[in-house]
Write a protein that binds this ligand. Structure first.
Ligand code: PLP
Length: 423
């Protein structure tokens, strides 16, 4: 029965039961963490072959015939470009290989727009700039925008992607210079933009001539279900409308091999790439080609990466199943929470009753379970309805995850019943 339809006495009784369960967990002095989307040790072990994929005495050259141990090849080894191009379905000529982090590529790109402008347009610095931010979204995207003083406008998401009516209307404002988005298995909703959404994004005719979308394809190959989502390739969609310049795509092997010690890429039109490459030529002589060659030797080709991702999925699938089973067994039908059911990626997005997310996170913390801070999935850390919580189930062991879900569901009940009783 929906809790909102229950009598006060029934709710009080349920609250007392949940408080008893909570006190029992509190006495266990738990130290559980579902805060950040990090792979667990078994996932990292899958990539230990990287340590032997390039050893003293091996050929130290790729197709470019440049010694990877030495300076040179600013934009990355040809094989690394071909690998990302194959995985993302883009032209290898439009790929530049980055360092160990795609976040770094995004930060540098926005920084470049601030100081030098976009392809001949005025620098953004000193102008009033706004960016569209599909919500709930990735806190580090919001962090970059906040760092540069760019105003963020939240755009609601549903199961087909961001609200395109709102986006089409906002881009009429010349101060709106761009958008950050995660088009496949979004962080945290696990949403993949529908073909229609991608087409409408490709078709946008913004008032700002220097409008750019950061297409953060962080989870493009992170399927864990037998029925994976498919994402329409954005540059092909844009070709129809001549809007390729709007898109700056990034991706990395952070959740493929070792986060923080992997390879990344930026994909863009010829115009954008020329500007990015020029800036990079002042920033660095070359990225870590040793790491690039290690990755190439380890995977051989895109099929090698896909096979590796199937092994990752074997580890991840049961964890997501645990989360969804617990939510469904403990919360279904109570009308106090709803959650996403992703086919890939790293997160589940949970919405509790309005005004309850902070309380849930606080209750969990007092019981030894750390969650991503309430509000983190919204610009400025402010969830206007205080209802969204990002669930990151990958890092804890299966046993820890079960315990964390037990605690979380009790805390959700307590916070939501308290709210209903106070209404
Ligand atoms: C959407 C998204 N983009 C980027 C990153 C970070 O990627 P990288 O380690 O390549 O900087 C993450 C990590 O959680 C992410 O969720």
């Amino acid at each position: 029965m929906e809790y909102s339809r229950m009598e006060k006495e029934q709710l009080q009784e349920r609250l007392a039961q949940m408080q008893q369960a909570y006190n029992a967990y509190a006495q266990m002095h738990l130290t559980l963490n579902m805060a950040r989307g990090k792979p667990e040790t078994r996932q990292l072990d899958l990539s230990d072959g990287l340590f032997t994929a390039l050893q003293a005495g091996d050929a130290m050259k790729g197709a470019d015939n440049m010694d990877v141990r030495n300076y040179g090849v600013l934009t990355g080894l040809a094989e690394a470009k071909a690998l990302f191009a194959d995985l993302l379905g883009v032209r290898k000529e439009n790929v530049i290989i980055g360092g160990a982090s795609s976040l770094n590529l995004m930060f540098d790109y926005i920084s470049q727009c601030m100081t030098h402008g976009v392809c001949g347009h005025a620098p953004w610095f000193g102008q009033k700039i706004k960016f569209l931010c599909p919500v709930p979204g990735y806190d580090r995207h919001f962090g970059i925008l906040e760092y540069f003083g760019i105003e963020m406008i939240g755009i609601d998401m549903d199961e087909s992607g961001p609200d395109m009516d709102a986006i089409e209307s906002w881009v009429q404002d010349p101060q709106v210079k761009g958008m950050f988005c995660v088009p496949k298995y979004s962080n945290p909703g696990g949403v993949t933009f529908s073909a229609q959404t991608v087409d409408r994004i490709a078709k946008l005719q913004p008032a700002a001539k220097d409008f750019r979308i950061i297409w953060d394809n962080a989870y493009g190959i992170h399927d864990f279900s037998d029925t994976p989502d498919t994402l329409t390739e954005i540059f092909s969609a844009c070709e129809k409308y001549g809007t390729e310049d709007h898109i700056i795509e990034v991706a990395s092997f952070a959740k493929v091999t070792f986060p923080g010690s992997c390879i990344s890429c930026i994909v863009a039109s010829d115009n954008n790439l020329a500007q990015i490459e020029r800036r990079m030529s002042f920033q660095i002589i070359n990225q870590d080609k040793v790491s690039q060659l290690r990755h190439i030797n380890f995977f051989k080709d895109a099929d090698g990466v896909r096979a590796h991702m199937r092994r990752q999925a074997e580890i991840l699938r049961p964890k997501f199943e645990t989360v969804l089973r617990n939510f469904s067994e403990k919360l279904d039908g109570k009308g106090i929470a709803k959650w996403t059911k992703p086919n890939g990626g790293y997160f589940v997005s949970l919405d509790v009753l309005d005004g309850c997310a902070k309380r849930v996170v606080e209750l969990c913390k007092q019981c030894g379970l750390v969650l991503t801070g309430a509000g983190a999935t919204y610009p400025y850390g402010k969830d206007p309805r205080d209802r969204n919580i990002r669930i990151a189930p990958t890092f804890p062991s299966t046993a820890e995850l079960q315990q964390a879900m037990d605690v979380l569901c009790v805390c959700i009940e307590i916070a939501c019943i308290e709210k209903l009783l106070s209404a």
